[in-house]
Design a protein around this ligand. Sequence first.
Ligand SMILES: Nc1ncnc2c1ncn2[C@@H]1O[C@H](COP(=O)(O)OP(=O)(O)OP(=O)(O)O)[C@@H](O)[C@H]1O
Ligand SMILES: [Mg+2]
Length: 305
Amino acid sequence: QLANLVVILPLPENVKEYLLDDGTLVVSGREDPPSHAQEGSDDAEEIQAPEFPEFTAKVQEAISSLGGSVFPKLNWSAPRDAYWIAMNSSLKCKALSDIFLLFKSSDFITRDLTQPFIHCTDDSPDPSLDYELVLRKWCELIPGAEFRCFVKENKLIGISQRDYTQYYDHISKQHEEICRSIQEFFKKHIQYKFLDEDFVFDVYRDSRGRTWLIDFNPFGEVTDSLLFTWEELTSGKNLKGDHDEGETTEQDCPVFRCTNSKVTVQPSPYLSYRLPKDFVDLSTGEDVHKLIDFLKLVRSNENNF
Ligand SMILES: Nc1ncnc2c1ncn2[C@@H]1O[C@H](COP(=O)(O)OP(=O)(O)OP(=O)(O)O)[C@@H](O)[C@H]1O
Ligand SMILES: [Mg+2]
């Protein structure tokens, strides 16, 4: 069943280099472009963006097999901080060029490529790592149906509404049912099957009440603890008192947290990754008048010196 939902492709070394490269201009027509044009050569070489014909073909084939639109990730992260730069303001990709634009604009992807073990406390040397491009079939997911689940010592200790910036009436009303069905899903499909005993997993509950696994994450600071704090989750302290008073708390019942009122609605956590709209308009040439104003400003500044 998963075969129709995900395709994983090894990321070639030269594509990784391209993703990390600040400049996009490299000598054309080579599968493995040199990082610098040959010095001393007087020939005016034709310069253009690099091409990866083999990899492009594989990605395009994968995208077609997944229905034409995909959600891209590297081994761990999706470029969620870069969605605003895409033409459709979304992570929905139809071609490798869409994926490159998002990956090259994303701090999360750069972190995966340059500091993959940043918060690891292990003393052993960092293992060598093979990067993979993960393509998931695009699904229109409703943010109010996503939940993050925290597992400590193979026990589901907490569930948080994933999009905590919004108040969702149905979550508050159905939280017992949601909690019960996620717990059931955990026991049936996940408990004792994951390699570690502490981890975090994300799920989606569809409109028919079925639970789908979205992702696994490390149990620790690199993962957003949403409506919990890592202090609570690691010590397990405040978690017991969370249950409604008078409710008979089963021993293995996880604590469920959701945004409880419209008052607590917050701005999107990704806003800080965005550029001011003026910058974006200027760089894309979207607003010609802004560009003219900007050039006039530069000129008048030059004249003042
Ligand atoms: N196949 C998909 N189609 C459309 N949107 C998706 C898909 N998979 C995930 N998403 C959306 O993207 C969000 C992030 O996905 P995911 O958890 O896999 O990324 P991540 O980088 O691991 O995020 P985090 O760092 O929060 O764990 C999800 O909350 C979901 O809203
Ligand atoms: Mg994740």
